[in-house]
Design a protein around this ligand. Structure first.
Ligand code: GLC
Length: 563
């Protein structure tokens, strides 16, 4: 019993479960599979089509599970493989598809392959165990300098030098992220075969697809040349010059994965996490024989303003249509500042991804929430699929005042405490009750939630918002219910309507309209022959749409024709 037949991913609303922070059933303060199972009815009731579960594999958790020690297992803190299978079955029974997170760029330094590579020692520097990774000799006298000038995404050099059992320094290995996340060499046949086998393992268990972590990072330029002056994002002429981001060689990998996914009767699907320069580059990942979908981060980064939003939407629609793919809209995830807090800041600053950038700007919190609610209606009305990050449906803000000692993101330590990192969007979900842990953990839990929840979240729990007039949760429930039923929504096309500066409006066939007033000082009138279906905030008494508000409309034929 699956909600949308055929190419379901083109319209799907996928809910991102950051499993460590979703629901804890064991009482250790960390979310788990049993917790997720207990909340599946909530997710089904929300009206989503699928889940994407962040990494749940055995992991030392140096990067929240993105340091995978065993690609075919479940971390004991989350449960067992049997529980995972049961969860997948139950989700399917409720009409929900299940996507996992595949982390192909790197593994944990505790993965058997990396241990083997270290054990091979200097004598084994040309060994097959080391060839799965990017081990190189250092530069300069005694090889004391890293092999090139690449930097880790989390700060510092992208190279770490290993020492032999006698403590003598030997080769270096590449890690685009934390030192505990050694990069794999994707030109290596064994690496390619292993990931194909891993995908089959999970597909055969019933998993419907994968989100591909760092999809733009797998291929490295031959010879690992210095980055030098290469800019990122690169300018138009230097696009392909980057030695490890968005290289053309990645596409052959995705073509082989697509062929594998298509072997299944009910084809399995992919969504790529590809941070690339522009929409044209992104569309290359979703060509018809590559990934099915890819997160549209351009939309996530667009400021809350009519013109840049329209440009982002138009470009996305054009570039995706050119390759026959459906866009995938997204407003936040476990790596970005929650949109309630981003939109609370002065807009026009394109890069509000990092908490430190956000904290530097004054906040208008009520405006942030109004805009986030309007953005949700905008996103869910656009042609294509959409992702909702857990807590988005509750209007959760970023937790901006986590004490230093609570911070767990490796970014904090690796940046020398210069960047606070991503913990503020990973705080456990408030389900019920007047005080932490707000139903996240059982009443008699042994441990507090792994990140502290603000006391003010008592007003934002699922329980507090359920049935509450005007709550963000009820807005999402209603919007998703309308979206499931309305023939105009999901995959398809839109037609823009003329609007005053600061507002956008479009219609979709049959009989659907959406108006978003970003900043038009005069509220925007609703056409006389249109009836409001759902609004993100109050309309004026004379049926006009005020600033920071979106409204969905039912249109009669004449409005549709005027378009
Ligand atoms: C992706 C993940 C992020 C992780 C990184 C390294 O960007 O979303 O959380 O830290 O990859 O795996």
């Amino acid at each position: 019993m699956v909600s949308k037949a055929g190419r379901w991913w083109r319209s799907a609303v996928v809910y991102q479960v950051y499993i460590r922070s979703f629901a804890d059933s064991s009482g250790d303060g960390v979310g788990d599979i049993a917790g997720l199972r207990s909340r599946l009815p909530y997710l089904a009731g929300l009206g989503i089509d699928a889940l994407w579960i962040n990494p749940w594999y055995p992991s030392p958790m140096r990067d929240g599970g993105y340091d995978v020690a065993d690609l075919r297992g479940i971390d004991p803190s989350f449960g067992t493989l049997l529980e995972a299978e049961a969860m997948i079955r139950e989700a399917h029974g409720l009409g929900l598809r299940v996507l996992l997170d595949l982390v192909p760029n790197h593994v944990s330094d505790q993965h058997a392959w990396f241990r083997e590579a270290l054990a091979a020692g200097r004598a084994g520097s040309g060994s097959s165990a080391r060839a799965r990774f990017l081990f190189r000799d250092g530069r300069g006298p005694a090889g004391a300098e890293p092999p090139n000038d690449w930097t880790s995404n989390f700060g510092g050099s992208a190279w770490t030098r290993v020492t032999d059992p006698d403590g003598r320094p030997e080769q270096w290995y590449l890690h685009l992220f934390a030192p505990e996340q050694p990069d794999l060499d994707w030109t290596n046949r064994e690496v390619q075969d292993e990931f194909a086998a891993v995908m089959r393992f999970w597909f055969d268990l019933g998993v419907d697809g994968f989100r591909i972590d760092v999809a733009h990072g797998l291929a490295k330029a031959e010879g690992l040349p210095d980055l030098g002056e290469t800019e990122w994002p690169p300018g138009a002429d230097g696009r392909l010059g980057h030695p490890h981001w968005d290289r053309d060689e990645v596409h052959a990998i995705y073509r082989s994965w697509r062929a594998l996914a298509d072997e299944y009767d009910d084809p399995r699907v992919f969504v790529g996490e590809a941070w690339v320069h522009d929409s044209e580059r992104l569309a290359r990942y979703v060509r018809s024989d590559e990934l099915h979908t890819a997160f549209n981060f351009d939309f996530l980064l667009a400021p809350w303003d009519a013109e840049p939003m329209r440009r982002s939407i138009e470009t996305t629609l054009r570039t995706h249509e050119a390759v026959g793919a459906a866009p995938t809209w997204v407003l936040s995830n476990h790596d970005t500042v929650r949109e309630v807090s981003r939109y609370a800041r002065p807009q026009g600053v394109r890069r509000l991804l990092k908490l430190d950038d956000v904290l530097a700007l004054p906040a208008d919190r009520p405006a942030g929430l109004r805009r986030a609610r309007a953005a949700a209606l905008l996103m869910l009305a656009l042609p294509g699929g959409a992702y909702i990050y857990q807590g988005e449906e509750l209007g959760l803000p970023e937790v901006e005042d986590l004490p230093d000692e609570a911070l767990r993101d490796p970014v904090w330590a690796l940046s020398g405490h210069a960047e606070r990192g991503r913990d503020g969007c990973r705080v456990p979900i408030p389900w019920s009750g007047p005080a932490p842990p707000f139903g996240f953990s059982p009443v008699a839990a042994d441990a507090a939630p792994w990140l502290p929840q603000p006391a003010s979240w008592r007003e934002l729990t699922v329980e507090a918002q359920t049935g509450a007039d005007g709550s963000t949760l009820e807005l999402y429930r209603r919007a998703l219910a309308v979206r499931r039923e309305h023939p105009a929504l999901g995959d398809g096309h839109l037609t823009w309507l003329c609007m005053p500066a600061g507002a956008l409006a479009f219609v979709r066939d049959p009989g659907f309209g959406c108006i978003v007033n970003f900043s038009a000082a005069d509220s925007v009138p609703i056409p006389p022959d249109a009836a409001p279906l759902l609004a993100s905030g109050s309309l004026t008494q004379d049926r006009r749409v005020p600033q920071d508000t979106a409204v969905w409309l039912t249109l009669d034929q004449s409005t549709a024709k005027r378009a």
